[in-house]
Write a protein that binds this ligand. Structure first.
Ligand code: ZN
Length: 340
C-alpha cells in the first residue's frame, strides 16, 4: 500500500496545537472577509445545512475571531443570523450571470440584500470575470453603489487583481484579460466617483507583490483600505516582501483590515479552517519562520526543493496589530448608524 498524500491543509505535518507564538494580549478579532454560508451535499434535492458554518464559527472563536463579515447568498442570511446572531455581519455580492443579462437582475439581488440588512456590498471584478461583464465600474454597478448609498450602505469591497504569477499563466492572453496594472483603472474611477464611500480592496489590494504600488494608492485615495485575506497568496508574497509590507502597514496602520477569505464548503475537515486561521495569525503577529503548512500550487519551488513557501511572520507592533485586527473594522462597521 502506498501512503496517502498529506491533506492540503497540512503538507508539512505542522503541529497546529502549537500556539505559544500567538500574542496573549490579542482579543476580539474581526474577520472582515469570509464566506460563511449554508452548504449542500452534492446530489439532487439535498437540503442546505449549517454544519460547516458551525464548524468554522467554532474554530474562529478558538482563534479569537469574535465577529465575521460574511458573503453568502441572500437566502442564507436569515438562517445564519438566527444561528449566530450578531457574530455575523453580511456583505452582499452584486453580480449578473453574464454580460447580456438585464441590469434589473443585479438590482433585484441588491434589493434582496438591502432588505436583509447587509452593511457592505461586494463587487467581484477579477480578470476572469471580464467576459461576463463583471468589471468594477460597469454602469449597473455604479447604479447599485448609488442605490446602496441612498439606503445607508457605506462600504464596498472589491476584488480587483490576482497574483502576479497568474498574469503569466491563466491570464497570459492580455488582449482578453488586460495586464495587471490595467485592472486598477476602474477602481480608481470608482474611488473618485464615490469619495464618501469606504472601498476595501480585498487580498492586500490584489498586489502584495508591490508594496510601493499599494503605498501610491493609499496616498492618493483617503477612502481606500486593504484587507489581508487569501492565506496562500499572502503567506507566499507578504513573506517574500516581509520588510517592505511591514513598513507599509506600520506607516499606515489605519488602512489595513484583517480578513481570512475562508469559505465553508461541504465535506471540509475542521483542520482546514484551523490551518488558515493559524497561518494568518502566525503571519501578522509572530516572528516565527516556518515552511507554510498549506499546499500552494502557485509556489515555484526554490533551489532547496521545498514544496511550500517560507512563512515569515511580520511581528507587527501591538498598537498596529490592534488596529488591523479589530479597531479599524469596528470603526467602519459602527459608523453607519452615526451618519445615516
Ligand atoms: Zn473572498
Amino acid at each position: 500500500m502506498t501512503p496517502s498524500a498529506p491533506p492540503e491543509y497540512n503538507v508539512t505535518n505542522q503541529d497546529y496545537t502549537r500556539r505559544d507564538h500567538f500574542r496573549s494580549d490579542v482579543s476580539a478579532i474581526i474577520d472582515i472577509h469570509a464566506h460563511v454560508t449554508r452548504t449542500r451535499p452534492t446530489g439532487d434535492g439535498a437540503e442546505p445545512t449549517l454544519d460547516q458554518a458551525d464548524t468554522m464559527m467554532a474554530v474562529a472563536s478558538e482563534f479569537g475571531i469574535h465577529r465575521i463579515v460574511t458573503m453568502c447568498a441572500a437566502d442564507d442570511i436569515a438562517p445564519l443570523r438566527e444561528r449566530f446572531g450578531n457574530r455575523l455581519i453580511f456583505n452582499g455580492s452584486i453580480a449578473k450571470k453574464n454580460a447580456d443579462a438585464p441590469d434589473d437582475d443585479a438590482y433585484r439581488v441588491l434589493d434582496q440584500f438591502l432588505t436583509s440588512g447587509v452593511r457592505l456590498l461586494k463587487f467581484w471584478s477579477a480578470p476572469r470575470g471580464r467576459e461576463r461583464g463583471l468589471v468594477v465600474d460597469a454602469p449597473w454597478r455604479i447604479e447599485a453603489a448609488r442605490r446602496a448609498r441612498a439606503a445607508g450602505v457605506r462600504i464596498v469591497m472589491v476584488h480587483i487583481a490576482d497574483p502576479d504569477r497568474w498574469f503569466s499563466t491563466v491570464y497570459a492572453d492580455s488582449a482578453k484579460f488586460g495586464t495587471k496594472p490595467e485592472q486598477y483603472a476602474g477602481l480608481c474611477r470608482m474611488l473618485e466617483a464615490f469619495p464618501d464611500l469606504t472601498w476595501i480592496a480585498a487580498h492586500m489590494g490584489g498586489d502584495p507583490e508591490h508594496p510601493d504600488h499599494l503605498q501610491e494608492l493609499i496616498e492618493h485615495y483617503p477612502n481606500l483600505r486593504f484587507d489581508t485575506s487569501a492565506a496562500k497568496w499572502q503567506i507566499r508574497e507578504v513573506s517574500a516582501h516581509r520588510d517592505a509590507v511591514r513598513a507599509l502597514i506600520c506607516r499606515y496602520p489605519e488602512r489595513f483590515l484583517f480578513g481570512s477569505d475562508l469559505v465553508t464548503r461541504h465535506g471540509l475537515a475542521r483542520e482546514h479552517y484551523v490551518s488558515r486561521y493559524w497561518c494568518h495569525r502566525t503571519l501578522w503577529e509572530s516572528e516565527l519562520q516556518v515552511r507554510s503548512p498549506i499546499a500552494d500550487g502557485d509556489y515555484v519551488p526554490g533551489a532547496d526543493g521545498s514544496a511550500t513557501p517560507l512563512l515569515q511572520g511580520l511581528d507587527l507592533p501591538g498598537d498596529v496589530l490592534d488596529k488591523v485586527y479589530r479597531e479599524n473594522a469596528a470603526k467602519l462597521l459602527d459608523s453607519r448608524d452615526a451618519d445615516s
